[in-house]
Design a protein around this ligand. Sequence first.
Ligand SMILES: C[S@@+](CC[C@H](N)C(=O)[O-])C[C@H]1O[C@@H](n2cnc3c(N)ncnc32)[C@H](O)[C@@H]1O
Length: 498
Amino acid sequence: MQNQFDSSRKIEERRRLGQYATPIALATEIISYGLSLLDTNEIKFLEPSCGTGAFFSALLSATQEEQINSITGFEIDEEIYQIASSLWDSTFFNLFHENFLSASCHRKVNFLISNPPYVRHHLIDKNVKNKMQKKVNVETDLYISGLAGLYCYFILLSHKWLEPHAVSGWLIPSEFMDANYGIALKKYLLDKVHLLRIHRYSPEDAKFDDALVSSCVVWFINEEMQEDYEIDFTFGGTHEKPIVSRKIRRNQLENEAKWTAVTSLASKGVDHSDIIVPTLGDYFTIKRGLATGDNGFFILSKEQISALDLDMSFFTPILPSPHILKENEIYRDSAGYPQLEPQLFLLNCELSETELQDQYPSLWKYLESGRELTGKRYLCRKRKKWYFQEKRAAAPFLCSYMGRSKNDKDAPFRFILNHTDAVATNSYFMLYPKAEITEVLDKNPDYIKNIWHVLQSISRSDLVRQGRIYGGGLMKIEPRELSNVQCKKLHDLVLEMN
Ligand SMILES: C[S@@+](CC[C@H](N)C(=O)[O-])C[C@H]1O[C@@H](n2cnc3c(N)ncnc32)[C@H](O)[C@@H]1O
């Protein structure tokens, strides 16, 4: 029935309500671990977003009927609710076709397991979000960021349903551990309940083929802890047989912005609390490349420029996007352009329309052809003149900030050495050397290669620690995060060269 339902709905529609059912093997693993934490023979179970009931099925398979006092489920989707009601009709079932996030609590529970919808913040209606933020604040005293995904609200708004010492297990994206939007949830886990364990599934082993998320299960007991205590962080494999397993103290976590960083560092047995390691941000100003407003209109090949009879002085060379650029070292020709085929150029004109009309009629004509479509785009509309580009110098180093590793050691991002005058679009980060590196390069320009090799040798784990991993192993990093990547070797190299 689940398969039938999944194939009858468009993926966009399922994404809107976060409709990804838990595969039964995974539901069984989670329920069986949850039961091992539970200290009662009278289970009062809640699934706040029950779907067709993967967890009901796993729970009933793992228990005797007489252990069940009640099973409560909420499901917002009429069709899914009907399927669930047709399947689960014993007397202890209470299924509601209702929005759990606005429901009031009428039955406290001692066991809650959920795979809540992972709907991202921009798909949540603004008014609904405002109401939920207020509700979170009233019920938990926490301020939740507007950037939080729907699953964060599910956890916080289900607190009122928990009996003292109730066991909760949430299958959710690992992202909250590192993202700023996860602050309220992390505070809840450390201050309002007793966090027992976070088991992170290996991102390479995506749990949901179609949802692109890296998942974890967060386990806690509804009790406030006065003293410091140890929390289990496990990674890879299953709950029963994780690949890595570490204990981290609650008080240490409280001071950490990125929980995955502490846990992976700890997995190597490194205590980093008092070591200051230089980071890329000490040596480079890292900026996203240019947002042109419309690459198709503003970026032209040499052939297009001459066919349109445009003046070359209005063009700056620009690199093709990373998926087209195969080389990692870009050489320059006599004009300072990249020795690449095709050579691309960014239209970079600072003249007014009247000046163009009088002096450069072919360029004026070309711009006129883009006024209606390109000129009305958000970025272009915000500019003083819709075709003015941000002024940017070329950068000697670039980084493609999205990618996959071929293996455990391979770095997911490319560092590119640019000998040319070409700028780059925002599909790259541009690394502009700060004083120490500039000084080294002024003295000996050849050292540029040594610096590049050091950038290329940054380990996968150092990059991953700062960035984020999505399901299927796709990795991404933000400029600020890349600035935080440790680079002891660069520090040593600069010392050696000075
Ligand atoms: C990720 S699916 C998981 C379904 C089920 N828990 C499982 O593990 O297979 C989330 C479910 O929550 C439902 N849902 C979304 N928003 C909801 C809400 N506000 N209240 C109750 N259910 C909701 C969706 O329709 C979907 O069936």
